[in-house]
Write a protein that binds this ligand. Structure first.
Ligand SMILES: [Fe+2]
Length: 227
């Protein structure tokens, strides 16, 4: 009796061990099928570390791109100004020849010389920020000048001609004033103090020329002939 009881107890223990093994095997398989069951602190750290590094890299690259784009805008704006000044030099020569009033002709000649200085100043500003200007014509300035010269091909009164020349020159000046103001602010924001100073110098000269042209227009343009 005792012997049969022992055998039965042994059989029950064996069966229980087999069931426990099956349950453990099942638990392991369920854990493998569902990754959430594997979220131990070590596993979380393994997964999260590269994600955090990736996010930090993305944010760094984004900041770099943002700064880079402001630099690109500065170079682009300075490039526009460089082409505008190059387009203006021969245009101012033609304006000087077209002007009937000697004071106006002399103002155009002075500004042509100043414009050559603006080109040289822009080249220095480019060098100081480690960039190079590209030569070429400014479509915006060329279009203003072309429109001005189209009217001058007609037969017009001398005062009207001079008034129109002033209006044409001032349109180009206003374009430059806006461009130099923008470039100066970009340069200041980026910490390019030397370039910002050069752009500010030219901005002041452009403003002075604009005011001079306004004074000339008020002084000698005869309202009778304009009407
Ligand atoms: Fe200029």
């Amino acid at each position: 009796m005792d012997t049969s009881t022992d055998v039965l107890a042994e059989q029950v223990r064996a069966k229980r061990t087999a069931i426990d093994n099956d349950l453990e095997l099942l638990r392991v398989r369920v854990a493998q099928a569902d990754p959430r069951q594997n979220l131990t602190p070590q596993r979380v750290a393994q997964v999260a570390a590269p994600l955090a590094a990736g996010a930090a890299l993305w944010m760094w690259a984004r900041r770099r791109r943002a700064v880079g784009s402001l630099e690109q805008l500065l170079v682009h704006t300075m490039g526009d100004l460089y082409r505008a000044e190059h387009t203006l030099v021969p245009a101012l020569e033609r304006m000087q020849l077209a002007a009937t009033n000697p004071d106006l002709a002399s103002a155009f000649e002075n500004h042509r010389q100043e414009t050559e200085g603006h080109i040289e100043r822009l080249e220095r500003a480019f060098r100081s920020i480690g960039a190079k200007p590209k030569r070429g014509a400014s479509e915006a300035v060329a279009s203003i000048v072309a429109e001005g010269e189209r009217l001058l091909r007609r037969k017009v009164e001398p005062d009207v001609r001079d008034a129109w020349l002033i209006a044409t020159a001032q349109r180009a000046e206003h374009l430059e004033i806006a461009g130099y103001g923008t470039a100066r602010t970009f340069a200041q924001t980026l910490g390019y103090t030397y370039a910002a100073g050069l752009l500010q110098e030219t901005l002041e000269e452009e403003r002075a020329t604009d005011e001079k042209l306004s004074r000339l227009a008020e002084l000698f343009v005869n309202p009778q002939s304009i009407r």
